[in-house]
Design a protein around this ligand. Structure first.
Ligand SMILES: *Cc1c(COP(=O)(O)O)cnc(C)c1O
Length: 413
């Protein structure tokens, strides 16, 4: 009989979203009339239709594939030149960051990239992860065997956790201990926090002193409104020697169902062999894609390219404005209802303190029963998420307004 990967058995059985679904189902069985009133502010998925520019480009690309003269089969595994050039130009070089076209690697989304990147990193690495956190960073390291067993609070032995708290504005300082690989995500899911230039510079300095690698998830950079906040880790001097950036069209172009993202891996990023030799990671990542993938579908890459056209950029801005309008409405309503509110100004997530003495799940139940609104309990994102809940601004405007009304009419729990 074949042996299985026992690391998978260490994973906590997909606790958060199945438990939310179970509680909602149970509530609706007891209160079938509430089904029509139920509003979901829980899941981090977009709700609004795709930008027109992307739809037209994908249609045209599909049509090209229908004619012998314009048919295309396998494309370059790392992505078509037309898209890599646009990304490098618009997202980096136009902002004064020297990134070459071939330092961009297209993929079917950054969730996958966060997992796949471990293919080219050694098993000996000490991994540091923020708490609370997007669970993908933790679980992919568990699957790869980089951790010990789970503890009762849901944390894993072997991972260095970096607490994100009210005191540090949910942006952790570099630790005193050594870490080889550090995951950072700004603007942050779930806290909605952003990192200032000086804070990111502190991390780059740490990485250079410790010869560590920063894995920087910038999936929400499009939501930054404050001109002082960096959109990319590569805006920080020296980051090109110590960071890999993950980006996605999911939250900017509404591509969660279309699937397209990319990594930026500068050729100057080095890592070491067991013998102490320092080598570039870029050829390994290139090789990984050539061997394990045939790239992203052609119509999808044309759709992503169209997001960089004049109309495309306007349409992406309109989408982001829509969601950030919801974020404002929801933040103000939660504050008016007496909650302490964080995030929601440069990110589509609002991170709300529960009432004193209430846990995240007690607040979840109260919101579900009293307001018929589904939120995400903060404790599901890590032990430091206890005492908070996440409200997502990904919704239609009328839903956001209705949630605001219900919060306004609610009695303190
Ligand atoms: C939504 C999200 C992504 C994007 O994932 P895709 O696979 O590109 O859809 C990446 N990181 C975080 C933290 C996210 O919330």
């Amino acid at each position: 009989m074949a042996y299985l990967n026992e690391n998978y058995l260490k994973l906590q059985a997909g606790y958060l979203f199945p438990e939310i679904a179970r509680r909602v189902r149970e509530f609706l069985e007891q209160n079938p009339k509430a089904a029509k009133r139920l509003i979901r502010c829980g899941i981090g998925d977009v709700t609004e239709p795709l930008p027109r520019a992307a739809i037209e480009a994908m249609k045209a690309a599909a049509e090209e594939l229908g004619h012998r003269e314009t048919f295309r089969g396998y494309g370059p595994e790392q992505g078509y030149e037309f898209l890599r050039r646009k990304i490098a130009q618009f997202d980096y070089r136009d902002r004064g960051i020297e990134i070459a076209d071939d330092e961009i690697f297209l993929s079917d989304g950054s969730k996958c990239d966060c997992g796949h990147i471990l293919d080219i990193l050694g098993e000996q690495n000490k991994i540091a992860i923020t708490d609370p956190v997007y669970p993908v960073y933790v679980d992919t390291n568990v699957m790869a065997g980089h951790t010990g067993p789970v503890r009762t609070d849901g944390s894993y032995e072997g991972i260095l956790y970096l607490p994100c708290t009210i005191e540090n504005n949910f942006v952790p300082e570099p630790p005193r201990e050594h870490a080889d690989v550090i995951y950072l995500c700004f603007p942050n899911n779930p806290t909605g926090a952003v990192a200032a230039r000086a804070q990111l510079a502190g991390w780059v300095q740490y990485a250079r002193e410790h010869d560590s690698l920063l894995l920087f998830d910038a999936a929400y950079e499009g939501y930054i409104g404050d001109p002082e906040i960096p959109h990319s880790i590569f805006e920080i001097d020296g980051a090109c020697e110590c960071a890999i950036e993950f980006r996605s069209f999911s939250k900017t172009g509404g591509f969660t169902g279309v699937r397209c993202g990319f990594t930026v891996l500068p050729k100057s990023v080095l890592a070491r062999t067991e013998n102490g030799k320092k080598l570039a990671l870029h050829p390994l990542w290139h090789r990984r894609w050539s061997t394990k993938s045939n790239g992203v579908s052609y119509p999808v890459q044309r759709g992503a390219e169209a997001l960089y056209s004049v109309e495309g950029r306007e349409q992406v801005c309109a989408l982001i404005d829509h969601y950030m309008g919801n974020a404002r409405i929801l933040s103000e309503a939660a504050r008016a209802a007496g909650f302490a509110v964080h995030g929601g100004t440069n990110a589509p997530y609002i991170w709300v303190e529960t009432r004193p003495g209430r846990t995240s799940w007690q607040t979840f139940d109260w919101m579900l029963r009293e307001l018929n609104v589904v939120i995400t309990p903060g404790s599901g994102f890590g032990s430091r998420g206890e005492g908070f809940f996440r409200v997502s601004a990904f919704n239609g405007r009328s839903n956001a307004e209705e949630v605001a009304r219900r919060l306004g009419a609610s009695k303190p729990s």
